[in-house]
Design a protein around this ligand. Structure first.
Ligand code: BG6
Length: 293
């Protein structure tokens, strides 16, 4: 936290689970965030229950990402090409971000900052400044802005790796990606086309390509629709590990796979962003919920 920052009403520091966090109460919703990874771990707009899913097996430690909520993926997605020693999905989710500013009105906005430093430079040799803003209110809005503070161009990947809580993943549908091409990571990255809404019937790990579409997650069990609107993002990742992969992950309960689905606002693979010196790029997602009786 910036040393001279005082937290306004509605924002409280909390300890528990091994890492400090911030509890945000607004007229319309509650949220919990960690400076570790600038990680949103909970968002509950009234009168809905948990919208983001967190694993009961999540580890809360400085060298591990949290399992659930919204891990912030930057500057590479998945393993780093030619660098097997580098952390999966980049370093942003295992770095401490500095809380710079809190703005309160009807909604509360928190701004976090991460800039290149000796630790990030050892993993990725580029100078950057990243800002992550989270607005908690009737919707949850997240914006990642990345600036190239180096003397020459570089490219990066990024994702808001959002885990949604669902009643039963086998019964949900995702609309908005019909007729979109995707790479199927469970089938040797084969390119396929989505026909109709997405249903989850087995391990699902897909990168939808060239899509700016708003996605809607229809949940007949929890009787709600979650709407993900985005900008500055050209890919969307849809992920559920299903039974076998869940059982292999130490920070993921064996039976938890049916309670979550990731819909990730992303720029990955061919949608990686190239920034010239001093250029910036912003990617944002706005999540809203509607009752569906
Ligand atoms: C998804 C990837 O975004 O994240 C999957 O497409 C990956 O391939 C999943 O398994 C979880 O990754 P991690 O590093 O958090 O276990």
């Amino acid at each position: 936290m910036r040393p001279d920052l005082t937290l306004p009403a509605g924002v409280q520091l909390a300890y528990g689970g091994g890492l400090p966090s911030l509890l945000i109460h607004t007229q319309h919703s509650f949220a919990q965030l960690y400076a570790h990874g600038a990680h949103v771990s909970s968002w509950m707009p009234h009168p809905h229950e948990m919208i983001l899913w967190m694993s009961d097996q999540s580890v809360y430690a400085l060298d591990k990402p949290l399992r659930g909520g919204v891990p912030l993926i930057f500057p590479w997605f998945g393993p780093r090409a030619d660098h097997p020693e580098a952390p999966s999905h980049g370093f942003a989710r295992v770095h401490s971000w500095e809380l710079q500013e809190v703005e309160t009105a009807d909604d509360i906005t928190l701004r976090f900052r991460l800039a290149s430093n000796p630790e990030t430079s050892a993993l990725w040799p580029h100078r950057f400044e990243a800002q992550f803003s989270v607005t908690v209110g009737v919707a949850l809005t997240m914006q990642l802005q990345v600036t190239n503070t180096d003397a020459s161009a570089w490219s990066f990947e990024a994702a808001l790796h959002t885990y949604f809580a669902v009643g039963d993943v086998r019964q949900v549908q995702v609309t908005g990606l019909e007729n979109t091409r995707y790479l199927d990571k469970t089938d040797a990255m084969r390119e396929k086309t989505q026909h109709g809404p997405i249903s989850i019937t087995s391990e699902t790990d897909r990168v939808y390509l060239d899509t700016k579409a708003t996605c809607t997650l229809h949940d007949p069990v929890l009787k709600r629709r979650i709407i993900v609107e985005k900008s500055g993002s050209d890919s969307t990742v849809v992920w559920n590990p299903w039974i076998e992969k869940a059982a292999k992950m130490p920070d993921f309960g064996d039976d938890e796979w049916s309670q979550m689905l990731c819909i990730e606002t992303a720029n990955v693979g061919d949608s990686a962003i190239t920034l010239e010196a001093q250029q910036s790029h912003s990617m944002s997602a706005r999540i809203a919920v509607e009752a569906a009786l």
